[in-house]
Structures are given as C-alpha cells and as structure tokens.
Design a protein around this ligand. Structure first.
Ligand SMILES: [Zn+2]
Length: 81
C-alpha cells in the first residue's frame, strides 16, 4: 500500500459552490484571496469590524454564469437579515 508521503502534492484553493436554479448543475468558482496588508490599506473599516477574524480575506464575484446552461445570476451568500 502506498504511503501518503509518496503521493505527489497538489495545492488546494478556497472556492465557492452553487447550484443552478435553471438546470440544477453544480458549479464552482474560485475565491479571490485578498492580502491583509491590501485590506488594511483599502478597507480599514472592514478590517476593524472583523478584528476578531483570523486568516485570509476571501471574496466572491458579483455575478456567476452556469457552465452548463449559461444562466447568469447575481451572487449572494444566503445569510441576509
Ligand atoms: Zn444551469
């Protein structure tokens, strides 16, 4: 049996998954990772609000297109109040 250390390594990326309302296909899009230094310079208020957060800043696109049927949607996180 192969040992885990013998396997080639590949880099994983943070991504968002969404299901198309029109055709039901599962779609993926990569997250855009913002460096902390860039965020502190360009979005200081957001950095202050999220001061307890640890880790990288990730954002998603404004709109997404289904890779199967071409339907276009405004992207949201589903946690609106
Ligand atoms: Zn679709």
């Amino acid at each position: 049996m192969r040992q885990i250390d013998d396997l080639p390594e590949i880099e994983l990326h943070v991504a968002f998954v969404w299901d198309c309302d029109r055709c039901g296909s599962e779609n993926w899009c990569r997250s855009v990772c913002m460096e902390s230094a860039w965020m502190e310079q360009h979005e200081p208020d957001m950095v202050k609000e999220q001061a307890d957060s640890i880790g990288d800043w990730h954002t998603y696109p404004e709109a997404v297109i289904c890779g199967e049927c071409g339907a276009t949607y405004r992207a949201g996180t589903g946690d609106y109040e």
